[in-house]
Design a binder for this molecule. Structure first.
Ligand SMILES: O=C(O)CCC(=O)C(=O)O
Length: 253
């Protein structure tokens, strides 16, 4: 099973805003992982911004672009705590993405001297939580750090839905790619961009269900609607191409 090569282009250009493999994970796999995540409750971190709260297990690089050494320390501290079921899930989904996009390699990024990146992050969106409008672009956000992930040619986001919320929690992807001129819409100490930046742009809404795996281009503005009811739990990672033929990729979170 693989997608047409043209589809890869379509995700990058967002002609296909989100590519979904519905119900990929067998229920037992997500149930086992959620049970194991409860045992790691002490390692779950809450990052607060003026307009958002992110609750995560495992570090995400965007938080540490001004201190990458701290990111790699966090990666090595959390590694022994993470359950095997999370590593297994990561491997299964990497295999799926490779097959899907006809990649010859997809490996966790390795930084010379500093070590391995985090291969995924688990995100918890409890009742009432939303994620503000933002876009992800590591070449921009970590520019000047010399980190190898800043050299990828295309950055895509892959998300696995481990537990769906009762309602709300939709991912909304706007048909608007980030541009330098958008920096005027950034608000200090807040996560993301003011809503005006996507005024008049079309969007696509996707409500993930348990077991779904989806891929989209995070350089296009996106946000997550307020969650209602059961906590929305996802595992996600970014990946980007490292060779001119578009066959090799590295992943990080
Ligand atoms: O959880 C989601 O649906 C999307 C998460 C996100 O913002 C991203 O992967 O960039």
């Amino acid at each position: 099973m693989s997608v047409e090569p043209r589809w890869f282009e379509d995700i990058i250009s967002a002609r296909t805003p989100v590519l979904v493999f519905r119900d990929f994970l067998p229920p037992v796999m997500s149930q086992d992982l959620i049970r194991d995540l409860e045992l790691c409750a002490e390692s779950i971190r809450v990052s607060s911004y003026l307009n958002a709260t992110l609750t995560t297990l495992g570090p995400y690089l965007a938080k540490y672009v001004s201190c990458p050494g701290e990111y790699f320390r966090q990666v090595s501290d959390i590694q022994p705590v993470l359950p095997q079921s999370l590593t297994n899930m990561e491997c299964t989904v990497y295999q799926l993405v490779m097959q899907w996009l006809q990649l010859e390699a997809l490996n966790i990024a390795l930084e010379p001297v500093l070590g391995e990146y985090s291969g995924s992050v688990v995100r918890f969106h409890a009742n009432g939580i939303a994620n503000p409008l933002h876009n992800d672009n590591i070449s921009r956000d970590a520019a000047g750090t010399g980190l190898i992930v800043t050299q990828v040619t295309q950055q895509l986001s892959c998300v696995v839905c481990l537990q769906a919320c009762t309602s709300g929690g939709a991912l909304r992807i706007f048909n608007k790619r980030w541009g330098l001129e958008d920096e005027q819409f950034k608000v200090e100490f807040q996560l993301g961009y003011a809503d005006e930046v996507v005024d008049g742009y079309e969007f696509c809404e996707f409500s993930p269900q348990r077991g779904d795996v989806y891929i989209f281009n995070p350089n296009f503005y996106h946000e997550i609607d307020h969650v209602v009811g059961t906590t929305r739990i996802t595992m996600g990672f970014f990946f980007g191409l490292t060779d001119p033929k578009g066959k090799e990729a590295i992943a990080w979170s």
